[in-house]
Design a protein around this ligand. Sequence first.
Ligand code: OGA
Ligand code: NI
Length: 360
Amino acid sequence: MATEDWIPAKDARQMAMDGDLPPPKYIANNNTKFGPIETSPPFAPVPVIDISLLISSSKQEDDQLTELAKLRSALTTWGCFQAVNHGLDDSYLDNLRQVTKQFFDLPLEEKSKYSRQPGSSQGYGNDRTYFENQVQDWCDRLSLRLLPKNQIQLWFWPENPSTFRETIDDYTAKIRSIYVVIFEAMAKCLDLEENCFAKHFTKENDILLGRFMLYPPCPTPDAVLGVKAHSDRSGITLLLQDPGVEGLQVLNDGKWYMVPVIRDALFVNLGDQMQFTILYILIMSNEIFKSPIHRVVTSKEKGRISVAMFTEPDPDKEVGLVDVLVDEKRPRVYKTVKNYGVFNHECFQKGIIPLDAVRI
Ligand code: OGA
Ligand code: NI
């Protein structure tokens, strides 16, 4: 049942500083749909992909083919990979983490200037409440629309620290050139026309959402989640992790694994829109591009910061299968949907796998 959007009085950082135990709304360990909360499962051997090798002109063809094969295997087994040699160096990424941290370290009143309003998704705060008894994440978030530029709502963009806006603007442009390379490589590794995915996500009006997250230390990491189990609604997601602490977990074959932290890597995972577009061709070959279920656990001692970038196609355009991939032998598996993002989010809050709900 739909309910009023609930905005907590204190953010998670403030509760952590005040030594509060997580309130009952945050207790997630009785939601066992995806197994109990394990704070230190085995590490996931997530493949590492060298982005510089995916750019055709720059390297030997053989190296490129090897890397494309690795990419294909990564996306059919784990649905995610660690991207290295993407062109953003150590100090650049550290600066991004630094301004993010500086924002979260501001007093609550200052951050509240950018508060998410009930019923909206941009701004500072926790997730929207869609349902009664919705479990809250132990996490503070700043959600911003970064692209297209004419839809930016600048009043949600912090003015403090003073370099925040320019840092994010620059990061947006750099991330965009990285995801263009990745979308093209994803098509190439399936022997598809290079532009067939990219065209949905990298046209003039491509949508990029940014989410800046702080997971403060939590006195009861076994009882709460930083983010409940979900699959992303994006095309792909590019995540910058905190070099100092792990927290992100992926589900594979019914078991949870911790994603290792590689200092300068971007963790890239497929979202549902990508799985939609590709899934059925791979069924015949017994390979399936996966949109992995993932979640975040918290730590008793350490806070964690992450920055996620979500590519989205135009919500008014239908997201369906790549046309060339549909024929009599390969029937479509999913319905075509509009505004998949909203649908995905409601499923997430209800604990339903959205792709199951749109299967034909
Ligand atoms: C997300 C997400 C992971 C992280 O925001 O969708 O999965 O490590 N974040 O913050
Ligand atoms: Ni996610």
